[in-house]
Ligand binder design. Structure first.
Ligand SMILES: [Zn+2]
Length: 334
């Protein structure tokens, strides 16, 4: 048994030594050591994304009638009011239902659900900013979590069929949504410097102060997307993430048994950047011009001649792919 372990360690260390020699310039011939802590840390990626999305709200309104009253789109359970009679109805039923007493005028309209279910659809605009952190396992799997802060407004809500009722007026302009989530991903494709990662996010959401949290019950949100990642260097990537998010909430109308469920479906496109802590420390010698991973005093360093977004361990000349004599005005002298 102990012989086996001995062989294992021999192979392990020789392999390590060879790898380090292959990777860079080692004038001292000493086996470099990489800190296990940095090796662990380099699996973490920090991500920033900014995006755009459109939310489609749908609501089934089974028990209520839609009332157009003085241009506003209200909901009422009084399905048979007389002209010039008082009527109670709810306004701002998407985010903060309030009961108001008004009069049913001659040019008002009322559409009751009868046997069919009334369906309203609405649209919202979203601008999310997401910060996340994930840990990569065996280069393919990732787990992590993050937070999204999102500016949201509702542009239009109206009945699904026919436009004669007019549209819902929201009582807020832009509101701030917040989401906290866990994420899991799987890299299903990688070629050249591109990776494709299927990624799922799930977590809690907060619709902001304009949505009356005392009246709202909500579950979790789910987001499914593909993160397309272009590797600019070993440590820096730019990302493009199309995704679709599903969530819903139920809003209880005050002083009644009425509750309305709102479904929100939001397709997004996000752009971002992703950074990992380099496995090797940057060479500390200011005058050092070595362009590949290399060794000083038994420790391996990465080149200090590359910004973090450029490949750190290029083959010869990759930092300057064009010869100086072919550049700019030198070109004309040829
Ligand atoms: Zn150096």
């Amino acid at each position: 048994m102990s012989k086996r372990i001995f062989v294992f360690w021999c192979v392990f260390f020789t392999g390590q030594g060879l790898l380090a020699q292959d990777m860079g310039f080692n004038p001292d011939g000493i086996e470099p050591q990489t800190s296990p802590f940095r090796k662990f840390m380099t699996n973490f990626s920090f991500n920033f994304q900014i995006g755009y999305g459109r939310t489609f709200y749908t609501h089934d309104i089974p028990q209520l009638a839609i009332l157009r009253n003085n241009g506003a789109l209200l909901l009422t359970d009084d399905v048979n009011p007389g002209v010039d009679n008082p009527i109670s109805a709810y306004r701002y039923w998407l985010n903060d239902p309030q009961l108001i007493n008004t009069t049913f005028n001659e040019d008002d309209r009322l559409v009751s659900s009868d046997s069919t279910t009334l369906r309203m659809v609405g649209r919202g605009h979203n601008m999310p900013i997401t910060l996340s952190l994930h840990y990569t396992i065996k280069e393919r799997f990732r787990i992590g979590g993050g937070a999204t802060f999102e500016f949201h407004n509702i542009s239009r809500v109206g009945p699904k069929s026919g436009d004669t009722l007019g549209t819902y007026e929201s009582n807020f302009g832009t509101t701030l949504h917040r989401r906290f989530f866990g994420l899991a991903g799987y890299r299903f494709l990688a070629f050249r410097n591109l990776s494709y990662v299927a990624e799922v996010r799930a977590g809690s959401f907060n619709l902001g102060n304009d949505y009356n949290s005392e009246l709202i019950q909500k579950g979790l949100f789910f987001d499914v997307g593909v993160s397309i990642e272009r590797h600019l260097s070993e440590y820096f990537r730019v990302t493009l993430r199309p995704s679709i998010e599903l969530k819903n909430y139920t809003i209880n109308f005050p002083d009644t048994e009425i509750a309305l469920q709102h479904k929100m479906v939001t397709p997004y496109v996000s752009l971002g950047a992703s950074y990992s802590i380099p496995e090797l420390r940057r060479c500390p010698i200011k005058s050092c011009h070595i362009q590949i991973n290399h060794v000083h005093g038994g420790k391996e360093y990465r080149s200090r001649r590359h910004p973090f977004y450029k490949k750190q361990n290029p083959n010869y000349g990759e930092n300057y792919p064009q010869l100086f004599r072919y550049k700019g005005k030198n070109k004309r002298r040829l």
